[in-house]
Design a protein around this ligand. Structure first.
Ligand SMILES: Cc1cc2nc3c(=O)[nH]c(=O)nc-3n(C[C@H](O)[C@H](O)[C@H](O)COP(=O)(O)OP(=O)(O)OC[C@H]3O[C@@H](n4cnc5c(N)ncnc54)[C@H](O)[C@@H]3O)c2cc1C
Length: 433
């Protein structure tokens, strides 16, 4: 659940500098020719034929938005919606509008809140649990102070919280050593893998075509892609294609993306709470983000899975297909140390479950939502960078508009910016403090 901070991203890449530079030829980013003009996808009176590859948060919501806008859409995924290896495949993801002073993301979250709520009503199934988010700072709180004016100007409730008040409200949390606290009452968490499947089901109900299939890296000709090839040799043609392949984006586009989207190992621990003790449930405990020597965060028990604790520090580079997903003892020790410091009632709590996931980091943590640099009918959607899940519905809506109407992406999400930042990373990668 990282923010889109350049420092965290570049530090992450520096961690894997040796491995990643071996995979990408220096200067490759610059060798790619500039993007052809974006054009709307039209097809006479009927909706255009589109293929979306990837049924995670990015691809699933984009396919659904395209389908609801009248396109003929096929959605493909190698393993299914929200599977264990997908970045969207964990139980829960935080949704919060506090975004380190970045108005573009705060506005996108605001739109996402509306769309998640509308989707819940259509699905007749709650996926958004509002707990509020408690931000705790042991030191510098610029993350909050820079965000507050942006949030307040958009009507999003956020306030500093006196520590005495915080202690009164959450006696199960220890606040010693916390300098400042902030409260975003509308924040909460989303059921992650479950909602990927709900999106896929709605897509199929709306008439979308769905298949489990692996797509091989595509070959573009004369500025376009005519068809994709599946692993079993079948070719599927379409007017346009969206690739939303999460941490696999570089594998599909070794030149245009390559290690520009890097996959880092992230480990999550779910602790079992004492029998009959509801202090750590969503009804009594908020989502919390703890800014100390490292940034840690947690989500209260959802669907009886336990009390989730995670370290937001970027892990080592990892292969999303082949890595083992067994949490290391040092991760559990770090999580236990945080519990001892902040949640003393959970000292000695057993590990009830764990997950190993991956952040799919773009060069500086921003999303990529733009056409392929050499194919005007290929859209690239990725770079969730540890904070993309919540944005799914807003991002899907935005990308569908780009595909169908030919609108340009926000500058933050353009391929030009991605390539520029990637070029700074290839060759000698820079270490940031
Ligand atoms: C530990 C952790 C915590 C996080 N916390 C938060 C949080 O609190 N809040 C938040 O908003 N975000 C969070 N994120 C980030 C968020 O989960 C991701 O950014 C988001 O889920 C990415 O979605 P995606 O659709 O791009 O990728 P994915 O979910 O990985 O989906 C990509 C899909 O593409 C498919 N695919 C790939 N290659 C092929 C191929 N060749 N053929 C067919 N299919 C293919 C895959 O099978 C996969 O299903 C977190 C991430 C992690 C790992």
């Amino acid at each position: 659940m990282t923010d889109a901070s350049p420092i965290s991203r570049r530090s992450a890449l520096a961690l894997g500098a040796v491995a990643t530079t071996a995979l990408v030829a220096p200067g490759l980013a610059q060798a790619i020719t500039p993007a052809p003009a974006r054009r709307p996808v039209r097809r006479g009176g009927v909706g255009p034929r589109l293929i979306v590859v990837g049924a995670g948060a990015f691809g699933g919501w984009t396919a659904l938005a395209l389908k609801r806008a009248g396109a003929q859409v096929t959605l493909l995924d190698a393993w299914g919606a929200g599977h264990s290896r997908a970045s969207s495949g964990d139980e829960t993801r935080v949704i919060r509008a506090m975004y380190n002073g970045n108005a573009t993301y705060t506005e996108m979250v605001q739109r996402a809140f509306t769309l998640w709520t509308e989707a819940e009503a259509r699905w007749q199934r709650p996926v958004l649990t509002t707990t509020g988010a408690l931000y705790l700072f042991e030191g510098d709180d610029a993350f909050a102070t820079q965000s507050m004016p942006i949030m307040r100007a958009r009507g999003i409730a956020v306030e500093p919280m006196a520590l005495a008040e915080a202690r009164r409200r959450w006696p199960q949390i220890r606040f010693d050593g916390i300098r400042t606290a902030y409260w975003e009452s509308g924040a909460g968490f989303l059921a992650a893998r479950a909602s990927c499947e709900l999106v896929r089901e709605e897509f199929v109900r709306a008439g979308g075509s769905w298949e489990i299939a692996r797509v091989v890296p595509p070959t573009m000709r004369a500025g376009r892609l005519d068809a994709i090839t599946l692993a079993d040799g079948r070719r599927l043609d379409a007017d346009a294609f969206v690739f939303a392949c999460g941490p696999w984006m570089g594998e599909l586009f070794p030149d245009a993306i390559g290690t520009g989207i890097a996959s880092t190992r992230q480990e999550v621990v779910y602790f079992g709470t004492p029998a009959g003790d509801t202090r750590y449930d969503a009804a009594n405990c908020p989502v919390w983000v703890h800014f100390g020597a490292r940034r840690m965060y947690g989500i209260p028990g959802n669907e009886r899975r336990g009390f989730k604790v995670a370290d937001d520090t970027s892990g080592s580079l990892a292969n999303p297909t082949t890595m083992d997903r067994i949490v290391r003892p040092e991760t559990i020790a770090t999580a236990r140390a945080l519990l001892a410091r902040r949640f003393p009632g959970l000292v000695g709590a057993p590990v009830a479950e764990s997950r190993v996931c991956q952040y799919e980091f773009s060069p500086i943590g921003d999303f990529l939502l733009d056409t392929h640099p050499t194919a005007s009918n290929v859209w690239l959607a990725g770079g969730g960078s540890g904070h993309g899940f919540k944005m799914g519905p807003a991002l899907g809506e935005q990308l569908a508009r780009q595909v169908l109407e030919g609108t340009a992406p926000a500058p933050l999400f353009s391929y030009a910016r991605f390539a520029e930042e990637r070029a700074k990373l290839t060759g000698a990668r820079r270490q940031h403090s």
